[in-house]
Ligand binder design. Structure first.
Ligand code: KG4
Ligand code: ZN
Length: 347
């Protein structure tokens, strides 16, 4: 089955073609980051308009790369949520229009399920069951994954997501949006021993996260340095390093607990923040200590992309799921633990 995947939930237009026999055949991405950077964050209306401009040419590009015509598509999957409603509607309307014209099935899929299963696109893919740490700009969740659609939420952030905290710390340090990769780069020249920031909610049991206190702590540290005239380039790098260390440590501590609690030996790490090298080093170290193994998507599939949507769509379409004709879905808020296994899918 050849499935076209369409991702338009936020500031990336992603399109890919996944063939259930050949695997990923082609993928293309257009990032709107430069357009939004001037505003310090994503402007929803601009995002929707840009998806409208980019989506059809990207679909054509992917078809050309795959050497296929539209008529050779078997189904279409698109991101139905969560995300920005206008942006989602561009993908949903395009997917439904195309599917209607071609007379093929179409399915709206969950963006975070895409991130969760993105490591399945790699050669070294995890078997079920596993623990997944989902760390993106909008979510920080630990999930026990027993099979397609069999998800138990173990813990999540009670306030900011990890990526959001990175973006806010970046802003405080005078860096552009999205700040995660820029904070990580600045932290490389930072001294890890100069400041120690708190590891929120690690001193009590449980698997929930909170990053807003860390954000306040970071702001206070920057203000103190500023008022004493000590906020030079080295101090900014030291703050970035302390912040990154605190986030990475917090995530690792909770992953360790989740592996202990479930008794599982496989850990999937996905979503934009999973691109963070220091986090990966820490998780590798932790997994090695307990004879466990960590799995990640390749770099460009850590952040938003069409390939993960095509993959998840293909699994569910194969199991017989599809949208009703003409009923497109755009669901801005959509808790992942409401997802279910397709009735004919293996558990
Ligand atoms: O998954 P994603 O592309 O979009 C959402 O669905 O949110 O994640 C984007 C988030 C942003 O907050 C960005 O700052 C963060 O991932 N991010 C990183 C890194 N690369 C991206 N955070 C820390 N270190 C990185 N290397
Ligand atoms: Zn995402």
């Amino acid at each position: 089955m050849r499935v076209l995947g369409i991702e338009t939930s936020c500031d990336e237009t992603g399109v890919a073609l996944f063939d259930t026999e050949r695997g990923l055949v082609a993928d293309a991405l257009y990032s709107q980051i430069a357009m939004h950077a001037a505003y310090g964050g994503v402007v929803p209306e601009l995002a929707s308009r840009d998806h409208t401009r980019r989506l059809l040419p990207l679909i054509q590009q992917v078809l050309d790369e795959a050497g296929l015509s539209r008529g050779e598509l078997d189904a279409i999957a698109y991101t139905a949520g969560p995300g920005l409603v206008g942006a989602l509607m561009v993908g949903a309307a395009t997917a439904h229009g195309l599917a209607r014209a071609l007379g093929i099935p179409v399915l709206g899929v969950h963006h975070m399920e895409g991130h969760l299963l993105a490591p399945m696109l790699e050669e070294e893919r995890p078997d079920f069951p596993f623990v997944a740490l989902l760390v993106s700009g909008g979510h920080t969740q630990l999930v026990e994954v027993r099979g397609l659609g069999c998800y138990t939420l173990l813990g999540e952030s009670v306030d900011d997501a990890a990526g959001e905290a990175f973006d806010k710390a970046a802003k405080m340090l005078g860096l552009d949006y999205p700040g995660g990769p820029l904070v990580a780069r600045l932290a490389e020249s930072g001294d890890a021993t100069r400041f120690r920031f708190p590891r929120p909610m690690t001193d009590r049991p449980g698997l929930d996260f909170s990053f807003s206190g860390l954000k306040t702590h970071t702001l206070t540290a920057i203000r103190q340095l500023e008022s004493s005239g000590a906020l030079d380039d080295q101090a900014r790098a030291d703050v970035a390093r302390a912040f990154e260390e605190a986030v990475a440590d917090t995530l690792v501590i909770k992953c360790r607990r989740a592996l202990d609690q479930t008794g599982l030996k496989r850990l999937v790490v996905a979503g934009g923040v999973s691109a963070n090298v220091r986090l990966r080093e820490r998780l590798e170290h932790e997994c090695a200590k307990r004879d466990a193994r960590a799995y990640y998507p390749r770099g460009r599939f850590c952040t938003d992309n069409g390939a993960m949507i095509a993959y998840v769509g293909a699994q569910r379409l194969l199991a017989g799921e599809h949208d009703e004709i003409g009923v497109m879905k755009a669901v801005p808020r959509w808790p992942m633990d409401t997802l279910q296994a397709p009735s004919s899918a293996p558990a």
